[in-house]
Design a protein. Structure first.
Length: 95
C-alpha cells in the first residue's frame, strides 16, 4: 500500500467518520497444527480496533494432525456473528 494511501487510512481510522466509510479488509490465515494457539489468535482478532463489520476472515487448513479443524468449526458461529464474512477452507473447499 502506498504511504499516501496508508496515511489516509490512518486518518480515517482516527476520525469521527462512520465505520461504513472504512475500507473492507480480508484477513487470510493459513493454519496447520494450530489448535493450541487458536484461542490466543481469537483474542487478538477481537482486540482489533478496526471495525469488525468491515473485516472478512478466511482460514485455510489442511493436513493438521491435531484438532485444528474442529477448533475452527467450533469458533465459526461466534466469528459469523461478530465479523463481516467468514470462510473456512479445507484443501480447496470453502464453506
Amino acid at each position: 500500500m502506498p504511504a499516501r494511501s496508508f496515511r489516509k487510512l490512518l486518518a480515517r481510522r482516527h476520525s469521527a467518520a462512520p465505520a461504513s466509510d472504512a475500507p473492507r479488509v480480508l484477513i487470510l490465515t493459513p493454519v496447520k497444527d494450530a489448535a493450541r494457539t487458536l484461542p490466543v489468535y481469537w483474542s487478538l482478532l477481537y482486540r482489533l480496533t478496526y471495525p469488525h463489520d468491515r473485516i472478512s476472515l478466511a482460514f485455510l487448513e489442511g493436513d493438521s494432525r491435531d484438532d485444528t479443524f474442529a477448533a475452527l468449526q467450533a469458533a465459526l458461529p461466534r466469528l459469523q456473528r461478530d465479523f463481516r464474512r467468514r470462510a473456512l477452507g479445507a484443501g480447496v473447499a470453502l464453506f
